[in-house]
Write a protein that binds this ligand. Structure first.
Ligand SMILES: [Fe+2]
Ligand SMILES: [Fe+2]
Length: 299
């Protein structure tokens, strides 16, 4: 697949667990915002995920002067509440907006503890297919790779071929209810954004990378025929065994990464290991981080 290259990119981390500058709030969850110039020199805006806390999300969008006018698309990386809570607020501010999400985003999820007790994490009021459609959103299901705005793609389901696994929750089990059947939740809805930035290369934006960051990069490489040069977002390396982390770092070395900015569910320990392993590419990510990629683009 040949991607239409984008020409300029500014990336704003609207919400992350951590904050390193005064002003924005940190809150467990993730939301990132792309402002870019497409191949036809049109400025476009795409939002990926909406975090876990409406107050923090709204505060940060105001502070960072992110207006949701002229928003071209919303992408949900998966259905977890720490990535989708303020979606209704975005839809209300932008009726008619297209939301790109895998159908399993809307499936019921339950966690079962070691005693067999069931815990349902209820979505907040105004969450889900009906609520978002009622507020004016158009939901586009993405099981397959899909272009969400000119030059910007989502992977859809990511094939799982590496050693990577869904992170365990101690002795708890995650289940998902689909077509009236409960089964182990392999988080099939996990998807990532990818695009080709002119003069730079293929960029991958993950939400939690529940499919595995290496599986995600391998799939983008398979789709585009090129090795991604940048990975930004959650990688779900938090709490992984040392060997798992070492194998992931080895796998990442297959790529000639120019920009590596892990955050959210990567966890402090893995973030510091990645910073050590990729000192030139590493960029600390946090609420309110703004990166203008102009400085990375070869003239
Ligand atoms: Fe997450
Ligand atoms: Fe997640």
């Amino acid at each position: 697949m040949k991607l239409q290259k984008i020409r300029k990119l500014k990336l704003v981390t609207l919400l992350d667990n951590m904050v390193y500058i005064s002003g924005p709030l940190g809150h467990w969850g993730y939301s990132t915002f792309l402002i870019y110039v497409d191949a036809n020199n049109m400025t476009k805006r795409v939002l990926m995920d909406t975090g876990s806390d409406v107050e923090a999300f709204i505060r940060n969008t105001k502070l960072l002067k992110i207006g949701f006018y002229n928003l071209d698309a919303v992408v949900l990386s998966h259905g977890h509440l720490d990535h989708t809570t303020a979606t209704i607020n975005v839809v209300e501010a932008h009726p008619g907006i297209k939301i790109y999400a895998h159908p399993s985003v809307f499936s019921k999820r339950i966690s079962i503890d070691e005693k067999g007790e069931r815990h349902t994490f209820s979505p907040p009021k105004g969450w889900g297919l009906k609520a978002w459609e009622d507020a004016g959103a158009k939901i586009v299901f993405t099981k397959e790779p899909t272009e969400v705005a000119s030059g910007i793609w989502v992977t859809g389901e990511v094939p799982r071929k590496s050693f990577e696994t869904i992170a365990e929750m101690g002795r708890w089990r995650r289940v998902i209810e689909e077509d009236g059947i409960e089964k182990e939740d392999l988080i099939p809805d996990d998807q990532s954004i990818f695009f080709d930035l002119e003069g730079f290369g293929i960029v991958v934006l993950t939400g939690c990378a529940h499919s595995g960051v290496l599986n995600t990069l391998a799939y983008v490489e398979e789709l585009t025929g090129e090795k991604p040069v940048a990975v930004i977002g959650g990688t779900h390396l938090s709490g992984r065994k040392p060997e798992y982390l070492t194998k992931t770092i080895e796998g990442l070395k297959h790529y000639n990464l120019k920009y590596l900015s892990p955050c959210h569910c990567t966890g402090f320990h893995a973030i510091s290991k990645l910073a050590e392993a990729f000192p030139k590419a590493f960029q600390l990510n946090h609420s309110g981080k703004i990166t203008d990629f102009t400085e990375f683009i070869k003239k």
